[in-house]
Design a protein around this ligand. Structure first.
Ligand SMILES: [Zn+2]
Length: 417
């Protein structure tokens, strides 16, 4: 069987033919060179306007990298024609295997982009003996194609979240679709200001916004403000993940202060290495951690009292009726306000202030999966952490859309992996 037969099976172009295939041995690594020619009498297409035009001249041979085979690099060789276009002037012809001025064929770019969903960009570059830049441009192409072709109809529920990225307090605002049947990252914005979220609604458009029924978010004031202004008709929910995160942060603070205090007073360091004991759910503790927690519970420490308050608050989410949930919350807040533990009191005050939004949870909790924002948050953090090369917002954005955007890919006749 000839390689040409296989090529025509996996990658056939209507107006071009494969003429010769040659294994080149003189380079450090062997390479397969595949020459292409335009079919006789075929007219070149202007790359600018997409119309058939008369030929003008021919450029020197160019190399385009194709999907490697059996560890051997594969190149398409083709001398592009130029057209004399009455609209665009003298232009290079359109070649179906490549976009714009890229040196990677589209098939290879999709191939690399596919792997970049499973591995870090660096790993993909290493695995295929190619450069980080090539992987980056491939993912960039996949994302821009996918964003152009994605269907944004029927979005009923969104979740708004922020993640910290880079060092210092730099944030990204992420907006997800969290409907039961479709969960994906929709939009990314720099920072977490009023202006940021306004940017989302501008992109999303008035019509789609009117169709939103549920919006999940944190108690972050700029978000609350924008949601009230732009989507007041939707049920706004403060979600479980973010509320519990505030409680965890409060415990962390109480604990850190108490550790310092105990140390200064000369007590034995009973609270060191207890951070995770107090932050984890009891059912997730190891046997050893359980014993240690039992020991700790004997002491009347502020950290322990905070921990118990947080665990008690978990009951809130199990309520069916918003009325009784509200009663529970009020009692919990009163108790917490009497605890004299300032970081916990701060959370209680915040909850009281946003009581109606919190109770919206019970109205909507059956409509979408509540764990979804948390799941996305973890994946987003992992993506930005894994990609050390992302110094720019742009690159981080591309990586996040690629891994979390559930973007469509073009239908091709052959799947290369
Ligand atoms: Zn043209």
């Amino acid at each position: 069987m000839q390689l040409k037969t296989i090529l025509n099976r996996v990658q056939k172009y209507k107006s071009f033919i494969y003429t010769s295939i040659k294994l080149v041995e003189q380079t450090k690594e062997p390479e397969l060179e595949i020459e292409l020619q335009a079919r006789k009498n075929s007219q070149p297409i202007c790359s600018c306007c997409g119309h058939k035009r008369t030929g003008y001249d021919r450029l020197p041979l160019r190399r385009f990298e194709f999907i490697p085979m059996w560890g051997i690099k594969v190149f398409f060789l083709y001398a592009p024609r130029r057209v004399d276009c009455q609209v665009c002037g003298i232009r290079v012809e359109q070649m179906p295997w490549v976009q714009g001025k890229h040196r990677l064929t589209e098939s290879y770019a999709w191939y690399l982009a596919g792997w970049a969903k499973r591995l870090s960009w660096k790993e993909v570059a290493e695995a295929f003996h190619t450069s980080w830049d090539h992987v980056f441009h491939s993912v960039e192409m996949a994302v821009s194609w996918g964003r152009e072709h994605q269907d944004l109809s029927g979005i009923g529920a969104i979740g708004i979240d922020e993640i910290q990225w880079q060092k210092g307090h730099r944030y990204l605002t992420l907006v997800y679709q969290i409907d039961k049947n479709c969960k994906r990252l929709l939009w990314i914005g720099k920072k977490r200001k009023v202006k940021t979220l306004l940017g989302f609604f501008r992109w999303f458009g008035k019509e789609r916004t009117m169709e939103l029924r549920y919006i999940c978010s944190d108690m972050w004031r700029p978000y609350l403000k924008v949601i009230a202004k732009k989507a007041g008709h939707a049920i706004h929910i403060l979600d479980r993940f973010h509320i519990m995160m505030h409680l965890s942060k409060a415990i962390d603070k109480v604990r850190a202060e108490e550790v310092r205090e105990l140390h200064e007073k000369g007590y034995e360091p009973m609270l060191t290495k207890t951070r995770w004991l107090l932050l984890k759910r009891p059912e997730n503790l190891t046997v050893h951690q359980e014993t240690k927690l039992k020991d700790l519970l004997q002491y009347n420490l502020r950290s322990i009292r905070s921990y118990l308050l947080k665990e008690e608050f978990q009951l809130f989410w199990a309520y069916q009726s918003p009325y009784w949930a509200g009663q529970f919350m009020d009692k919990w807040c009163t108790k917490t306000m009497r605890s004299k533990i300032e970081p916990m009191k701060k959370v209680a005050r915040m909850l009281r202030k946003h009581r109606p939004l919190l109770l919206n949870w019970f109205q909507a909790k059956k409509q979408f999966s509540s764990g979804i924002v948390e799941g996305f948050n973890n994946k987003a953090k992992l993506t930005t952490r894994k990609a050390y090369g992302f110094r720019t917002f742009y690159a981080a954005q591309i990586a996040l859309y690629h891994t979390l955007g559930a973007l469509p890919v073009p239908e091709t006749t052959h799947e290369f992996f």
